[in-house]
Ligand binder design. Sequence first.
Ligand SMILES: [Mg+2]
Length: 290
Amino acid sequence: MPTGRPAVFLDRDDTLIANRTLPEVAGVRRGDLCDPDRVRLLPGAAEGCRLLSESGLVLVVVTNQGVVARGGGTLDDVRRTNDRLRDLLSDPARPGASMIAAVYACPFHPEGAVERFAREHPWRKPSGGMVRAASIELGIDLPTSWMIGDSARDIEAAVDAGVPRDSTILLDERAPDILSAALYVLAARAAGGEQSTVTLSLDRPGAFENERVRETVIATANALAERTGMELVEVLLDASGLRATLSGPKVVALGFGAELRRLTNGWHKARHGSNLWPEPPDVHRGGDDA
Ligand SMILES: [Mg+2]
């Protein structure tokens, strides 16, 4: 019997928000991000978090911030930066609240310059201290929880604390961002029996008159289901768009539709210069260029 709620633990830098790809700033060490104005959500982060949250998972960020030990920022800078992240991931279902239930940050680093923080610490990933602390403070059931991160130490921290290794996702080509990773989580959590549907409406009627377009959409849908373990019951195309039925609750179908839209839009844009389906409103990007 689970003793608490399942969570998905999320790494912060280069998982939820850009870090290594940000333009360099004079005087700031590459990889250090301690400025709320530089917080930019990565593609798929907001949509992926929404799907994970809707599927009943508690979202918890666990992040190493050795920048504090190095003297590149203060605890307050880290807190303000994390607050900005939480604001960008506001919860559409709960006005004023964030989808991120909590952020755990570890300011320690053994090679730090700030004496107070210049040591190893059980919270510092790959140790599982932050995940353990969250499980106690937020009532999280670790055996039914997940971890998504871009680094091996994210995975090891979760496993160290008691998250099953099978429930960890290292961002890679298979799952390059949180939206992609969320599909694997949703597929694994989808209980049998229930079915749900998602529809996508074409941006321009007539696009399916092109047989190659129709074939590509069907093939992409089947490949996506195969790759993620989602059970695609049926996919139907007509003149106005697509209707897909999957095993699992509505959030599974919504996630499938979101990723199918993204994949096939990318293909269609590269070949025909336009999207196949309208993109959703681009919210929650953050930063000056949002
Ligand atoms: Mg990272």
